[in-house]
Structure formats: structure tokens, C-alpha cells
Design a protein around this ligand. Structure first.
Ligand code: TRP
Length: 329
């Protein structure tokens, strides 16, 4: 393997990716894949912590997630793309780390408290859910990475991960496990169609695999500057929900014209939406062309190859872990 530093990140397979995921997570991964030795994995066991009652739902989303990544430009030649539940070593490391992790650390985890309230309808009073960060620590520490690209919401988990590594190293008098840094993803730059956070469950998202015909009516219905009641009223791009989309997807040379046109009311929102539709088409078409070439067998092959590399790495780490605790019988 090359001399590049190693990083690792994962996503839960909970459904098709949308533009919010693209600009929130994938765009960051795309930048990192040239600079680092990247391990990107499908965290299907993590999806199970909240979906354990409907596990079959998860299965269909696994190849879908890989297809979304690769069609977005994640390059399987450069990155190791793998599936968590195939690498059983994650379960073994999870078990060993859970031995050294005090319950209090997990009970104090803000994500745990928050999610328990948010997902009140689901019964997530389970060991699996409480232990989510331990499994995450196993995912991470297995690959002895330099850093972990994550969003802000994951920072408490990463902090726990470092504490667990420190405790393990201290107890067993080793420096085997690293304390990986976070490579923080900037806050989501793209709001949903209605201005709230983009989420499939809010019905305000544009999927990466959606057809342009399906996207068009969504763009037509997008909220713009709500103070602009008539076309002759001047608008304010700062409060318009379309403008962040233009900033990310429209030719930057065009932006001043759009902004000025909105402010002096020479552009109507319909004009603006037409331009956005063209930008979306330009943005999504290459992705969808790549997607068309990714049949089931190709996705399978990508995962098989990544799984092989990940397994090799994980087996090496586990041999060292067992040795450190004297369980190398
Ligand atoms: N908890 C992460 C999320 O919900 C997913 C995840 C699981 C992960 N294991 C990981 C992310 C390891 C980074 C590293 O988004």
C-alpha cells in the first residue's frame, strides 16, 4: 500500500443518497480520495441498531449505497470500499472494546440521549443501541487510521473512540491503537427544497438517481424569497432558497447576473429556476451516465474486491490485538 496517510469513514445504508448527502459528505470524500489512502464502508450493522425489527430493509440499500458513491465519483481503484458486516473482525473488536468501556461513558453520550428522544416510537432500549459508539470505535480502530472525516454530529462518537483507545492502550500497556483526529466536514451548505435540512423523510430532497423529469416539478415548487410576492418586487438572494443551489451548481461566472437580476427584479423566480434546472442537468448527467454502467455484477465485484482488502487489514490488526491481551492461543 502507498505511503499516503490512511483515513476511514462510513455511512449507514438507510436509503438512496440525495444532494444534501453529496454536498455534505461525498464532496469531502472526493477531495480526500487523492490525498489519502481511503477506506469507505457501508455501516450495515450500525443501521441495524435502529432497524433491527426490519433487517431486510437494509439489505437492498447496501449495493445502492455503493452505486451512489461510485457514480458520484468515489473511485474504487483508489479507495477500499467495503461492507461492515462481511468483516466479522469488527464484531470481535467490538466485543473486546466493550469489555473496557465503562457504561457511564455511553450513557453520557449526547447522541444517545438525543436519539432516544427522537426515536421514541421505536424501542431502542437495547445494548446494541447503547453500544453504538463502541462498534463505531471498532470500525475505526481496526484500520489504525490517521483521521476520520465526519460531520459535527459525530464528534462525540469520535471523542469516545479516542477515550476507548486510550483506555485499551493503558490497560494493556501498548501503543497499538491510535487516537484518530477528526477531519470535520463543513456544515451542510445545501438546504432542502423548503429551506429545512434536506432529508428524504421531509419530502424536500433531490435524489442523485432521480430523473430530470421527476426533479423539474420539485424545482418549480421550490420556495424562493417569500417577501417577493410579485415579479416586479425586488428580491434578496440571501433569503432565497434557490441561491445556495446556484452557488454550488451554477457556473460561478453567472452568479453576479443572477444576483443582480433578483435584486432589481429584472429576473423573475421562474427565470432563475430555469437556469437552476439547467445546472442540475449539467451536474447530474455525468453521474447518471456513470450509474448506468454500474450493473449489479459490477457493484458486486467492487464490494468483493474492497472486502478482500479490508479483511486482510482487519485480520492483521486482530492478530496484534489478541497478542496484546494474551488471547493469541
Ligand atoms: N455513525 C456514523 C453515522 O451515523 C456512521 C459510522 C459508523 C461511521 N461507523 C463509522 C462513520 C466509523 C465514521 C467512522 O453517520
Amino acid at each position: 500500500m502507498s505511503e499516503k496517510k490512511r483515513i476511514l469513514s462510513g455511512m449507514r445504508p438507510t436509503g438512496p443518497l440525495h444532494l444534501g448527502h453529496y454536498f455534505g459528505v461525498i464532496a469531502n470524500w472526493l477531495k480526500l480520495q487523492d490525498e489519502y489512502n481511503c477506506f469507505f464502508f457501508v455501516a450495515d450493522w450500525h443501521a441495524l441498531t435502529s432497524e433491527y425489527a426490519d433487517p431486510w430493509k437494509i439489505k437492498g440499500f447496501v449495493p445502492g449505497l455503493v452505486r451512489d458513491w461510485v457514480s458520484s465519483g468515489i473511485d474504487p481503484e483508489k479507495c477500499v470500499i467495503f461492507q461492515q458486516s462481511v468483516i466479522k473482525e469488527h464484531a470481535e473488536l467490538n466485543l473486546l472494546l466493550s469489555m473496557v468501556t465503562p457504561l457511564g461513558w455511553l450513557e453520557r453520550n449526547p447522541t444517545y440521549k438525543e436519539q432516544r428522544e427522537q426515536l421514541a416510537a421505536k424501542d431502542i432500549n437495547t445494548i446494541g443501541f447503547l453500544g453504538y459508539p463502541v462498534l463505531q470505535a471498532a470500525d475505526i480502530l481496526m484500520y489504525l487510521p490517521e483521521a476520520v472525516p465526519v460531520g459535527k454530529d459525530q464528534l462525540p462518537h469520535l471523542e469516545l473512540n479516542r477515550e476507548i483507545a486510550r483506555r485499551f492502550n493503558h490497560l494493556y500497556n501498548t501503543d497499538l491503537l491510535p487516537e484518530p483526529k477528526d477531519l470535520l466536514t463543513e456544515d451542510a451548505k445545501l438546504p432542502g427544497l423548503d429551506g429545512r435540512k434536506m432529508s428524504k423523510s421531509y419530502g424536500n430532497s433531490i435524489g442523485l438517481s432521480e430523473s430530470l423529469e421527476d426533479i423539474m416539478p420539485k424545482v418549480r415548487g421550490m420556495l424562493t424569497d417569500q417577501n417577493r410576492l410579485r415579479k416586479s418586487d425586488p428580491g434578496d438572494p440571501k433569503v432565497c432558497n434557490l441561491f445556495p443551489y446556484h452557488k454550488l451548481m451554477t457556473d460561478p461566472a453567472k452568479l453576479p447576473e443572477i444576483e443582480a437580476g433578483c435584486r432589481d427584479a429584472s429576473w423573475g423566480c421562474v427565470d432563475c429556476k430555469k437556469v437552476l434546472m439547467e445546472s442540475l442537468e449539467r451536474f447530474l448527467t455525468p453521474m447518471q451516465e456513470r450509474r448506468a454502467k454500474l450493473d449489479d455484477d459490477t457493484v458486486r465485484d467492487i464490494l468483493d474486491a474492497g472486502n478482500r482488502k479490508a479483511r486482510e487489514f482487519a485480520q492483521r490488526t486482530m492478530a496484534q490485538v489478541r497478542e496484546v491481551i494474551g488471547f493469541d492461543f
